[in-house]
Design a protein around this ligand. Structure first.
Ligand code: ATP
Ligand code: MG
Length: 433
């Protein structure tokens, strides 16, 4: 019989509300994940209590609160440092911007609240039936509460549990209506397919395609967040990438995939997407591979359009820019590669390995060599040389630009042969040059 474990803090939030006569439900993604036996990364609570009333109840019980989104009914309560989002049941008004409801209205029926949620697996709620009668002692649990699912009062009006069991992502209500209201749901749908290893219901997949133009109203940051989360999934993501192709989403997410030349490395999109799954689930690696048909400049532009951080942009463009560098096959060449690419070297080797499948073994050897070289502390930069600028000036009388040029030349010598990184040897070489 399946069981779910609910952390103490959540139990306490539910209890405080129920004790005051307000039904309090765990809802949405947290219940979905709990029913799947995963521990949810955040827990959401929904209740008919109005936001001001929730603030009163939690404050009276001595808990700090944050009025996160009072207008939308959301209050965050901090219980033992854990933030818990509690939202009043609500109904969304009209959507005219393909993203936000023009207004929200509170309601006292949970069914109305569940109807506004995106997918059936996200539109369930559960309640602990007798919690209002518990006393403080019963709450003083240390490991959270593990309850059998049968003991919960589950509200599942749209077949969410069945879809969980079948592995299906299906819109609540008419898919085209729901994806037109808020086009971000299109990318959330793809992400949930990948995160859960699910498939879209056929009518929902059709609507992903039919409603795709709505994505042009979604901000770049939101698109980037969903893409990044999809690529970061530990489960294989190739099916999700194929789903994006079938439903014509790349045009809005990463048009480079359609417009650029991937054929240099891959026979078709299918093999590109399969190659993505050979990489670790680090979004910057996977994104770089998806951008292999561009160059460093194109990758930088794509990251800029998605408003990704400078750190991610630098990494992705370094990886893409290095795809055509020859695979380094000797210690000296691996050192040169590490010196040229710095912190991006290992990532660049991984991306290049995924692009040049025939050379995979060589790239793996290069990565192993890189590990050894780093562990040994071989000299990889001018600052690691056994001589510095002031020595070159005092011992050899070099001046100005000559100093920098000589240091660069000496680094080259040492990258070739690490045993030459000795003060006397380098000064002799510098003196002879
Ligand atoms: P995750 O936290 O892994 O992204 P989640 O399902 O918990 O998954 P949240 O963004 O935390 O997603 O939202 C919590 C719940 O709110 C969802 O499960 C869903 O019921 C509802 N929800 C969130 N965003 C939307 C949306 N754009 N349209 C409709 N319902 C939504
Ligand atoms: Mg969530």
């Amino acid at each position: 019989m399946s069981k779910i474990t609910i952390p103490n803090q959540i139990i306490r939030a539910l209890w405080l509300l129920e004790k005051e006569g307000f039904p309090a439900y765990i809802v949405g993604g947290s219940l979905r994940d709990a029913l799947l036996g995963k521990s949810p990364h955040d827990w959401d609570v929904t209740t008919p209590a109005l936001p001001d009333r929730m603030l009163e109840i939690f404050t009276a019980a001595g808990h700090a609160t944050i009025p996160t989104g009072l207008a939308h009914g959301t209050v965050t309560v901090l219980i033992d440092h854990a933030p818990i989002e509690c939202t009043t049941y609500r109904v969304d008004g009209e959507y005219t911007d393909a993203r936000h409801p023009d207004s929200v209205r509170f309601t006292d029926r949970i069914a109305d609240d569940l109807a506004r949620r995106d997918f059936t697996v996200n539109a369930m709620a559960c309640r602990l039936p007798h919690i209002a009668k518990w006393n403080e002692n019963e709450l003083a649990l240390s490991q959270g509460l593990t309850v059998s699912v049968d003991e919960l009062e589950i509200v599942d009006l749209y077949g969410g549990r069945e879809d969980l069991a079948r592995g299906v992502i299906r819109c609540v209500g008419d898919p085209a209506t729901r994806l037109t209201e808020d086009a971000l749901r299109i990318l959330r749908g793809v992400r949930f397919c990948v995160q859960l290893g699910f498939s879209p219901d056929p009518a929902t997949e059709q609507a992903l395609f039919d409603c795709r133009a709505g994505l042009s109203h979604i901000s770049a940051e939101r698109i980037a967040t969903e893409l990044t989360r999809t690529l970061a999934c530990p489960l294989p993501c190739a099916d999700g990438l194929r789903l994006m192709s079938r439903t014509g989403l790349w045009q809005y997410v990463l048009p480079e995939i359609e417009n650029n030349n991937i054929s240099k490395y891959f026979d078709n999109e299918e093999s590109l997407f399969n190659a993505v799954d050979t990489l670790p689930n680090r979004p910057e690696l996977r994104l770089a591979l998806l951008l292999c048909g561009t160059d460093a400049k194109g990758a930088k532009a794509a990251c800029g359009r998605l408003k990704l951080s400078n750190k991610t942009t630098d990494a992705v463009s370094a990886y893409v820019g290095a795809i055509d560098r020859p695979c380094p096959k000797t210690d000296a060449n691996v050192r040169r590669y590490l010196a040229a690419l710095g912190v991006h070297a290992e990532g660049a080797l991984c991306v290049a390995a995924a692009c040049h499948a025939k050379e995979k073994a060589n790239y793996e050897t290069a990565l192993a060599r890189a590990d050894l070289i780093r562990a040994r502390g071989d000299c990889l930069a001018i600052c690691d040389l056994a001589v510095d600028g002031s020595m070159l000036m005092s011992e050899l009388g070099l001046r100005g630009r000559e100093v920098g040029e000589m240091l660069a030349r000496l680094l080259d010598v040492v990258l070739e042969d690490e045993t030459k990184n000795e003060k006397e040897i380098l000064l002799r070489i510098a003196g002879e040059t």
